[in-house]
Ligand binder design. Sequence first.
Ligand code: GUN
Length: 292
Amino acid sequence: MEILDGRQISLDIKEEIKKEVAGYIDKGVRAPHLVAILVGNDPASQTYVNSKDKSCKEVGITSSLYKYSKDITEKELLEVIDFINNDDEIDGLIVQLPLPKHISEEKIIQRINPAKDVDGFHPMNIGKMVLGLPTYISATPFGIIQLLERYNIDTQGKNCVVIGRSNIVGTPISILLSRKAKHGNATVTLCHSRTKDLKNICKNADIIIAAIGKPKFLTADMVKKGAVVIDVGIHRVKSDKTKSGFKLIGDVDFDEVSKKCSFITPVPRGVGPMTIVSLMQNTLKAYKKEVK
Ligand code: GUN
């Protein structure tokens, strides 16, 4: 069994981004600029946004964090987005999800200029992704594809099972893996809460993407010997073995599943850092105006 070391790959990619950004700055042009909007004080969202901010700074991307109270109105938030859309010195804009219930995530996402939508959540960018046109691929699916690519894991004709159909991960990764592309051409089964006989479907899989949001959901009896397992989950659970009293675990029962598979991502240090670095790559793409 080999660990898919998302942290190491993300460090390699960060070095590549850093060099490219330094090249622009040496020529006297401004650095790429990403704005993240955070509404309310959800601790997980704060952690994600802080990691994104830190990573941007490490590679020379200017990062601004716009924080608003949970009581901001939808209208006010839409006005902030309009303001950022019209600022030529801002390349990328992300609005951290989830938003408070009184704000429509759909309306907010649709207001972002698609050319600045480095999360790849705007319907126009999702449509382009489905058609295989140049666009921003959302960060987690993009990170997973890059991890497979950098470890030379062949997906051609493979049976691939995706568990979870979220707009952010399950649905886009199922489309990307089935596309006619070097790291696509897989036969994909997208499973969800209504799927019958999930265990047998998983047992036939060469590649499993677990993105269900339930700790240790994928157990060893669901996995074929030699399968590739990608764990998208991240859950903070109590532990008496760590100083903090907590540890992070994924959607996969790592200790048991890892004994059976050929490749597996750990949690932490697997998909998480790949997601962040993919956002940096999308920001660089926005800066270079590669997505119109
Ligand atoms: N919430 C959970 N994941 C994400 C993400 O990738 N982007 C944004 N904007 N919000 C999220």
